[in-house]
Design a protein around this ligand. Sequence first.
Ligand code: IPM
Ligand code: MG
Length: 358
Amino acid sequence: MGRVKRIAVIPGDGIGPEVVREGLRVLERVAAIEGFAYETTRYPFGAEHHLKTQELLPDPAFEEIRGHDAVLLGAIGDPRMSAGFLEFGIVARLRFGLDLFANLRPVKLFDTALTPLKDKGPEHLDFDVIRENTEDAYAGMWGQFKKGTPDEVATQEIIFTRKGVERVIRFAFERCRARGRRKKLTLLTKANAIRAMELWTRTFAEVGSEYPDVTREHQYIDAACMFVVTQPEQYDTVVTSNMFGDIFTDLGAALVGGLGIAASANLHPGRVSLFESIHGSAPQFAGQNRANPLATIMAVSMMLEYLGESGAAARVEEAVVRLLRSHRLPNLGMDSGVGTDEVGTLVLGELEKAPARR
Ligand code: IPM
Ligand code: MG
């Protein structure tokens, strides 16, 4: 792709600006090595900006962001505001407004030392989770009634649409096929309690008949939380609803080292898509140069892949993997025990060495 890639950058709250800074350093260096051009537009949205201006994500900026090729997001969330306020106003607004219906969250173990599971290695933990990203309880249809009284009622609707369920399931079958490994797609639901999830099991069977080469499996989410710990090797590609995907991928992250490494791609193929770590804004570590930037750096790798720069994407991933295998980071939690900028510098060092896996 010869065209200059346009990347919108939203560092956000808490540790967001620090980890994004390191992600951008890696991007700058890999672009120089691989020889591609890009430009960034920085947006200030997040808690501070809201406190100063009352703005969350104004429409003109939203439209401008839509005109980019990709969005790199740091983290959103601030304890000074009510839970979910910024998250819905910014993260959910981007996911829903840009219609980023598939949230791809790889669960991949790069080094045996990183998993808390006994007797499991990289050959046992390597699967993709595809989380539906625009519906479910996240649609934000909620209400309170008689608040603060003994008769208080609180509701929140779980929304699934045929269109929303079908497109993410189709995406998952395609992704599973493209991965070309075990060609097995596991659907996670709670259809035995949330009976509306019959829409998921029925759509899965219908769409699945178009993919006879892909083995289908259906599990309940509670059982899957057990199996992913006891037999993670049974997963190849997983598709699930928004809320179960949220929970299952934090569990997945813990199995491969921690939230410090887990990245995600919020995708609408062919349109501007958004890349972020799956961790939050970790306000307790903000501004202390302690937060681990590897998840954001991995998000940069996913972004490069989406932008058609596969060589650069592989180079970044390989640099991170080498660093992990060198055991120079004490842990992969949000606080890796090494300075944020130092981790960035270590990745830059590996970047020079890494031969791209093409
Ligand atoms: C995630 C996060 C978000 C979510 C929060 C910040 C709203 O936990 O991306 O997994 O629940 O989707
Ligand atoms: Mg989450």
